[in-house]
Design a protein around this ligand. Sequence first.
Ligand code: CA
Length: 213
Amino acid sequence: MRVREHPSLEWPESAQNGGMSRASTFLLMAGITLASSSQAQVIWDESVNGDLSGDRFAPNNFILAPGNNIVIASMGGADKEYVHFHLDPGVSLTQIMVQNYVSQDDVAFIGFQAGSTLTEPPDSADPANLLGYCLWGPGDIGADILAKMASTTGTIGFTPPLTGSDYTFWIQQTGDPTDYQLNFVAVPEPGTVAAIGLGLLALRRRARRQPKA
Ligand SMILES: [Ca+2]
């Protein structure tokens, strides 16, 4: 990515570079059940579903499901991607894991805002209007770039995980063609898991009290 194509942006250096109780067993089981029953996998594969939207006012829209939300895509040159995630109450976006990055250009961009569109024009974006952004590439494979975005200065700023309700991501590589795979990892918020677990526990106790026929 040629960052000079964004003359108004000033990129900070940081961007470039025993015994378990029955109740807890039950809560753990409830958590495992939740995780296994909600394993969204590939939510968009450009080779199957077509090019992601390059229109920041009309991004691709997804409801983030607890589990893995994998995007497989290609970008480069003028091809930008805009992706909007809606987070239902009780769902949080905890990580954005880089699972693949193949390009002659080792530096791509990702940034995001709250809301269902992205207000910043790509050629004159002001990072002060982004919740976060970072530059990323092959060195980030296996790493969480949501955390990396949180550590970039000069933005509005945020602290992961992200909770409700809408965020739009802008992903771009202005240089060479780049194939990539990102996993937007979501989980039920801890309070939600505990509430569901306690609810199931109460149901179980109630069932035990039922007289046998
Ligand atoms: Ca694309």
